[in-house]
Ligand binder design. Structure first.
Ligand SMILES: Cc1cc2nc3c(=O)[nH]c(=O)nc-3n(C[C@H](O)[C@H](O)[C@H](O)COP(=O)(O)OP(=O)(O)OC[C@H]3O[C@@H](n4cnc5c(N)ncnc54)[C@H](O)[C@@H]3O)c2cc1C
Length: 150
């Protein structure tokens, strides 16, 4: 039933992983550069992310998306041009209308929303879990207040 779906839309993100030498990694810390971030992993992968696109559920990897990320990464750390590309992928972030997370009762009894975290859902996991747990502890759902129309 569409009216029971959380009020979020997909925000497309393209990313890629480069392969560093784990014995002599090009980077050992995160770099936030204009247009891209670079995240080195212990296994030698270097993640480069991410585009932010209003394209619905489009799953295509595009030349423009990869070009944007690689150019931004290369401007910050020129030596990335030597690294092999290991993987490229697309994901979708749940975005709310005001870009703020949606935490609380849905339109059905017992349905609880914890969504709309856009680019920061992983980062905000502990805060989100805490907020929802506190709402249960304080019995905030006994008086039904739906966030479905937000
Ligand atoms: C490219 C990219 C880079 C990102 N980088 C970061 C980052 O660096 N830091 C950060 O904090 N966040 C990042 N995010 C955002 C983060 O991934 C999201 O905010 C987070 O995953 C949202 O969590 P969620 O549980 O609400 O949704 P999701 O993680 O999307 O989980 C929803 C789950 O529901 C399942 N599902 C969907 N429909 C149904 C159905 N009908 N029945 C059953 N199951 C269903 C899906 O398969 C999925 O497993 C990134 C996202 C993308 C796409």
């Amino acid at each position: 039933m569409p009216e029971l779906r959380p009020p979020v839309r997909p925000i497309k993100g393209q990313m890629l992983a480069l392969r560093m030498d784990p014995a002599a990694p090009l980077l050992t810390h995160v770099v936030w550069a204009p247009g891209a971030y670079l995240v080195p992993r212990r296994d030698g992968r270097l993640l480069v992310g991410a585009t932010v696109e209003e394209k619905g559920y489009d799953m295509s990897l595009t030349a423009g998306g990869m070009l944007t990320l690689l150019e931004a990464a290369w401007r910050a750390v020129p030596a990335v041009e030597e690294l092999p590309i290991e993987e490229m992928w697309v994901g979708h972030r749940p975005g709310s209308r005001d870009d703020a997370p949606i935490l609380g009762p849905g339109p059905l009894d017992g349905l609880v929303y914890a969504t709309g975290h856009h680019r920061n859902g992983i980062l905000l996991t502990p805060v989100t879990a805490n907020a929802i747990a506190l709402q249960f502890e304080n019995d905030a759902f006994s008086e039904h207040r739906s966030l479905a129309t937000r």
